[in-house]
Design a protein around this ligand. Sequence first.
Ligand code: ZN
Ligand code: ZN
Ligand code: ZN
Length: 283
Amino acid sequence: MSTANGPCPYYINGECRFGRTCTRPHPPELSPELRPNDNYTVSDIPGQECQRCLDQSLPCDKVGRQSGKADPCSECRHFGGENANCVLLENVSRNDHLWRQMMGRGSDGYKLPAYKPRDAPRKRRGQQITPQPMKGEDLVSDWSGQTREELLDLGDMLPEDVRARPRAYLKAAGLSHQQEKGRQWMNNQRQIDEGKVSSKRKHDEISGAQPYSVPVYQVPQFPLPQPDPQRGPAESVTFNLDGNSITSAKVRYPGINGDGGLEVTSFPAPAAPTKLPRGTQGR
Ligand SMILES: [Zn+2]
Ligand SMILES: [Zn+2]
Ligand SMILES: [Zn+2]
């Protein structure tokens, strides 16, 4: 997500102000406007599933069991193989996990992987394996849970539309710390713009420790311009503002062989209506 060609992280959260002129991709499959067709909701509570159940989108019944590997969830018990280590993932929710899975699948239109029956051969660490049960002697003596047949009959826990259009069902997750800070800053700034923040706080946040007349400008995370094939990465970006909106952005590229560099307007303001001299109208 942090690569130069990854999708624009602000677009994904519905916060990109550049629209079509943004230099980062805005894939329609990740649009924050997408809405579910099915009333399925993806859990956003962390610590409810084991790694395997998250990876394979399986229902997990590890919660309430002993923490060690001797009391695995039903899925790991019957299909996890001899060495299954069934542990709840404390800080990850199903939503977060699916979000990361989706973000890694740009080459497949950001769809989730197709459902595979639990007993079907699958790749693990480069090898084709057939899912096996855990060994009975490794388990607590009173292990109980769903049977292999019950699980096979369950089929896919995710509705087809969730696999086809996961963005419609997921909340943005996995923002890096920096991005999250940038996002909070933008939200906060918007609140200040809209007068939602009390004037005391407004004053504190704008002025900080500086004299009251000097505003503090914190740099938000903006999408970076693409490098010029000859001149390389841009040197600076200048925004021209009109109230809350950016009317144009000039990108400056370094000079080559002593020339003065190159300045391009990447987001031109709409042309002002041409004023015709008096008397020329209607000719
Ligand atoms: Zn963007
Ligand atoms: Zn599980
Ligand atoms: Zn498990």
